[in-house]
Design a protein around this ligand. Structure first.
Ligand code: ADP
Length: 731
């Protein structure tokens, strides 16, 4: 650092670097060494107000930054030194305005070219047979008539090829100038947000749900592939369905798996509680379906079902007159969850019984619907429901549905009959007064097949936790199937939530998304410079995102640590998360308040689907430091949007993220992985990611493009589920 300092001191009065040459200068400012990224030394020169300086760069700068990526030699020379001005706000604004002017001028130029070409095209005579260029009186020398019908004109205006009204080429890559025109007009249309906006940018209208629906409508039944032979009828009975009733991954899974099975020709229906909190405008064609009665707490309650579609998937919403699922949120609302889900599980079977609707498979999820398996085999299968077989998916073993004997009685089962080891007793409560049941355990015992959401989590749960014995006893029917992500909803190339869409080959839009989020949240924005057609990113701060429920499972202590660590290392961190525990929520809200003027950190303590999409697109790095993680979707969504994952090696994270520096992962390294639970362990991966982002720019770009193209869709996983369904089906 001393070398760099003396080198910098040598430069200021007698500059030899381009951009900082100023004669007759009396520089009385101060030099200071500033801490920065590993491997990079930086010295700042801060001019004093009395500095007489003829150089405009120095006048317009708050400071001059001298940096070196390798140590200077004994003469103070280094291979990679740079001298950059740190601009004043006015200087920066002036520069942005100038860039904006240049972009507008460029758009006007290109529009002129397009209009000229259009006018010329009008003068051409069709000559399909000869395909010879035929000139009009005002012929441009570079305009040609195409031999192909449907392709009207191409012109090289000197700025690249422009294609006009080219219907049959719409699927092909756009020629450079047209693409530039498109990008420029998109850029010109962006309403850049600011933290002072009356309506925050994530609340401006952009409905993913409408996008998905229209995507599916426009392509018939979605991306239909060759239908499977011998189609199945699958009914999901679930507490969550994205996006209308989503709290975490469960909602995403049901929608994504359900739609993929439909695309393969299977019939799918999702039965969901009609939560008071559901935004019914997101349920397409919502209409009352059937009225029937279901047993609950000693009497038969009138029940109504309503059919409709959510994100292309047929849904049946179940409710009583006096809705049991009250409140403004899915869980932790103003209702008794145990009572409500016991009612719901029985009502779903009752509806099948009275309507004679018999699926091949009833796919239940989590403890909420575990009792359905018990009700089916001990009650409804003895009535007229003979055909269905039950598949249970456990998304998170931590929630096991603790239930007292008298609570189980509410749905009409004799609770006292289930308090045995081979049925539903929670072994940990044996000998307690009262002993307790577990609906998750009952579901495991009574289902025909049980899955969990990743192979590693399946193995972990066979080795630890109080349910391990039950799972071991049922091992022959227990499988780990990795979740996929819904690649229609999560697609940066068509995502309506993004200010500019992008893909792995045209990553440009990602820079715009990052800048958009940075500006909207009041973070220091990356330095994007327009040079006419291209946007060049000069300064890049690594932006780390974390989108999560704030619970111990997700590694809250490491998230807290990351807030400081990333800030100290000059990176940026945006957290989007909510905590079911009001104390944790209050703690993060307080931290968020304290940091609200920080240029690097934002803690957003609410739920927003729209903002989640924008953050995945903006992020360079997605952080998932979970203590345990059955599957985890955020690392996969992050990768699809080009955010490199930093994760703890557990459950589904271990199945999807492979450390880039581990020689064993030569061809599959796609992120940064750590093992322990300490802050140092996290740093071992996080610091590598931050350093590589700064020091290996091209390598990072290649990595980004590569992870975006990894296939995390439902295709493979849905095939495994269908295989399982076929193994348990009868007939
Ligand atoms: P879990 O199911 O344990 O919560 P997953 O990683 O499987 O974790 O799924 C989390 C899903 O919830 C992801 O789609 C993520 O984007 C979303 N999510 C979590 N918190 C929020 C939030 N505050 N706002 C928007 N989406 C969120």
């Amino acid at each position: 650092m001393a070398h760099l300092l003396s080198w910098a001191q040598g430069i200021v009065p007698n500059p030899r670097s381009p951009g900082v040459h100023h004669d007759n200068v009396h520089c009385q400012g101060s030099f200071k060494s500033v801490p920065t990224w590993a491997g990079r030394a930086t010295v700042l020169y801060q001019p004093k107000s009395g500095d007489s300086c003829s150089n405009s760069l120095l006048r317009n700068s708050r400071a001059i930054r001298f940096s070196a990526t390798s140590r200077p030699d004994s003469q103070g020379r280094t291979d990679a030194t740079s001298v950059e001005p740190v601009e004043t706000t006015e200087g920066r604004i002036a520069k942005l305005l100038a860039a904006n002017e240049r972009l507008l001028a460029r758009i006007a130029d290109l529009e002129k070219v397009v209009n000229e070409v259009r006018a010329e095209n009008a003068g051409y005579i069709e000559d399909k047979a000869s395909a010879t260029p035929v000139a009009s009186s005002s012929q441009a020398p570079n305009a040609f008539k195409s031999p192909e019908p449907g392709i009207s004109l191409e012109s090289d205006s000197g700025t690249g090829a422009v294609t006009v009204e080219n219907s049959s080429l719409s699927q092909q890559p756009l020629p450079a100038a047209q693409e530039a025109t498109l990008i420029l007009s998109q850029l010109a249309n962006i309403r850049w947000p600011s933290p002072n906006d009356e309506v925050p940018f994530w609340m401006r209208k952009s409905n993913v749900h409408d996008h998905v629906t229209s995507f599916i409508d426009n392509s018939g039944a979605g991306r239909k592939i060759e239908p499977d032979k011998n189609p199945l009828y699958i009914v999901h009975v679930t507490a969550e369905l994205a996006p209308v009733a989503k709290v975490g991954g469960l909602g995403d899974v049901v929608t994504g798996l359900g739609r993929t099975c439909m695309e393969r020709g299977h019939k799918v229906l999702v039965m969901l509680p009609f939560y008071e909190s559901i935004d019914t405008t997101q349920v397409e064609g919502l209409a009352e379906a059937e009225t029937f009665s279901s047993f609950h707490k000693g009497s038969w309650l009138p029940v109504k079902s309503f059919h409709g579609k959510v994100a292309g998937v047929p849904v049946l919403l179940i409710r009583t007159d006096n809705n049991l699922f009250k409140g403004s949120q899915i869980y932790g609302g103003d209702y008794d969850e145990m009572e409500a889900y016991l009612f719901f599980s029985r009502a779903c079977l009752e509806r099948m019984q009275v309507t004679g609707d018999q699926p091949d498979v009833i796919h239940i999820h989590e403890w909420h619907t575990g009792v359905l398996a018990m009700l089916y085999w001990d009650m409804y299968n003895h009535l007229s429901l003979k055909k269905p077989r039950i598949v249970l998916t456990i998304h998170n073993m931590e929630h096991y549905g603790e239930c007292r004997v008298e609570q189980l009685n509410m749905c009409g089962l004799d609770g006292s009959a289930y308090g045995t080891i081979d049925r539903a007793i929670d072994e940990r409560t044996i000998g307690h007064n009262p002993e307790r049941l577990s609906l998750l355990k009952g579901g495991i015992v009574y289902s025909n097949a049980v899955t969990t959401v990743s192979p590693t989590y399946a193995n972990e749960t066979l080795c630890s936790g109080w349910l391990a014995n039950t799972l071991l006893r049922n091992r022959s029917k227990y499988f780990g199937i990795l979740n996929g992500i819904d690649t229609t909803v999560w697609d940066p190339a068509s995502d309506p939530c993004l200010p500019m869409q992008y893909n792995a080959r045209k990553i440009f839009g990602k820079l715009v998304c990052k800048q958009y989020v940075q500006r909207g949240l009041g973070l220091e924005a990356d330095d994007l410079v327009g040079d006419g057609i291209q946007l060049v990113r000069r300064k890049q701060t690594p932006l780390v995102i974390c989108i999560t429920r704030l619970v111990a499972q997700k590694g809250i202590h490491l998230i807290r640590h990351a807030i400081n660590q990333i800030g100290e290392r000059g990176g940026q961190f945006v957290l989007l998360g909510t905590a079911p525990d009001p104390r944790v929520q209050a703690e993060f809200e307080q931290m968020s308040q304290k940091l609200q003027t920080s240029k690097n950190i934002r803690l957003l303590t609410f739920y927003s689907e729209d903002l989640a999409h924008k953050l995945y697109a903006a992020g360079d790095i997605v952080l998932v430091p979970s203590m345990f993680e059955p599957c985890g979707l955020t690392q996969m969504i992050g990768m699809r949007y080009g955010a490199i994952p930093v994760v703890r090696r557990t459950g589904g994270l271990a199945d999807t993220v492979f450390d880039i520096d581990d020689p064993k992962n030569k061809n599959r390294g796609n992120g940064f992985v750590f093992d322990g639970i300490s802050e140092d362990s996290l740093d071992s991966a996080l610091n590598r990611a931050l350093t590589y982002h700064q020091e290996r720019r091209e390598w990072w770009q290649d990595l980004t493009a590569r992870v975006m193209e990894l296939d995390h869709s439902w295709n493979k996983s849905a095939a495994e589920y269908l295989n399982l369904y076929n193994n348990v089906r009868v007939g």
